[in-house]
Design a protein around this ligand. Structure first.
Ligand SMILES: C[S@@+](CC[C@H](N)C(=O)[O-])C[C@H]1O[C@@H](n2cnc3c(N)ncnc32)[C@H](O)[C@@H]1O
Length: 221
C-alpha cells in the first residue's frame, strides 16, 4: 500500500506491536461498562435505521468488530496494519477484515450504515483530519452514524495536542473542535460521552466517545 509517511510509520509501529496490543486490549470491553455503553447505543441506532453494514476503521485485532457483530450488526474491519488484520482474521475467521487506510477506502459512495473509528484517528496529523472526515462522509449513507473514540483534551483553542503514545506519535483532540470539523464535513453531533481520566489509570487521559450522524441531505454544506 502506498501512502503518506505517517501511514507508513503507523503501519510499521502497529505491525511490530500487534501481538502485545492484542494482549493489552484483551478482555477490556468486557470489564468496562462505560466503554461498552456508546457502542450499544451506536448499534441500536444503526439497526433502527435499517441502513447498510458497519465498518470498524482501524479495527486492530478485531475484538470490537466482533463485539458489534455480537450486537447484531453486519460489521467488518479495516486496518492499515497487515499484522493486525492477520490477528483479527485468526481470532474471528467468520468476520471480514481488509487491509486499508481510512482516508482512502475501497468502498462505494453512500453504502455504510455506520462507521466506528475507535482510537484510530489518533495517529492522523491534525491537518489531515478533514480529509479523513470527508472520506467518512463519502461512504456513509445519508442518516448513517459515526462513533468516534479518542483521547481528549480541553484546551478550547487547540484542535490537537501531541502526546507520547507507546506505539507511535499520537494526538489528543478537543471534542468541541472535532465536532466543528465533522460539521464542516456534513456530519453532525448526536451525543457525546467523556470519561474522566481517573476512571482508567492505564490510559491517563479523558476518553471521548462522540456519536454523530451524516446529515440526511447528501450534499456537503
Ligand atoms: C490504538 S489502535 C485501536 C484499535 C482498536 N480500534 C481498538 O479500539 O482497540 C489504532 C489502530 O488504528 C490503525 N490505524 C491508524 N491509522 C489508520 C488509518 N489511517 N487507516 C487505517 N487504520 C489505521 C492502527 O493500525 C491500529 O491498529
Amino acid at each position: 500500500m502506498i501512502g503518506p509517511d505517517f501511514l507508513h510509520t503507523t503501519r510499521s509501529a502497529y505491525d511490530s506491536m500487534a501481538v502485545q496490543y492484542a494482549e493489552f486490549v484483551s478482555g477490556q470491553l468486557e470489564r468496562d461498562p462505560l466503554d461498552r455503553s456508546m457502542l450499544g447505543v451506536f448499534a441500536e441506532l444503526v439497526q433502527d435505521s435499517g441502513a447498510g453494514p458497519v465498518a470498524d476503521l482501524g479495527c486492530g485485532p478485531g475484538h470490537v468488530t466482533a463485539h458489534l457483530h455480537a450486537l447484531g450488526l453486519t460489521a467488518f474491519g479495516v486496518d492499515v496494519s497487515p499484522e493486525m488484520i492477520g490477528l483479527a482474521r485468526q481470532a474471528y475467521p467468520d468476520l471480514r477484515f481488509a487491509e486499508g487506510s481510512m482516508s482512502a477506502l475501497d468502498l462505494p459512495d453512500g453504502t455504510l450504515g455506520g462507521i466506528l473509528a475507535r482510537y484510530s484517528i489518533i495517529h492522523t496529523p491534525p491537518e489531515r483530519l478533514p480529509e479523513v472526515f470527508a472520506e467518512f462522509h463519502r461512504v456513509l449513507t445519508p442518516g448513517g452514524h459515526l462513533l468516534l473514540s479518542f483521547q481528549a483534551h480541553d484546551v478550547p483553542s487547540e484542535l490537537a495536542e501531541a502526546f507520547d503514545h507507546t506505539v507511535s506519535l499520537a494526538y489528543r483532540w478537543s471534542p468541541d473542535r472535532v465536532t466543528d470539523l465533522l460539521r464542516e464535513s456534513g456530519i453532525v453531533e448526536v451525543a457525546r460521552l467523556v470519561i474522566a481520566a481517573e476512571q482508567d489509570e492505564r490510559r491517563g487521559f479523558p476518553q471521548a466517545h462522540l456519536l454523530a450522524r451524516k446529515a440526511a441531505d447528501t450534499t456537503r454544506p
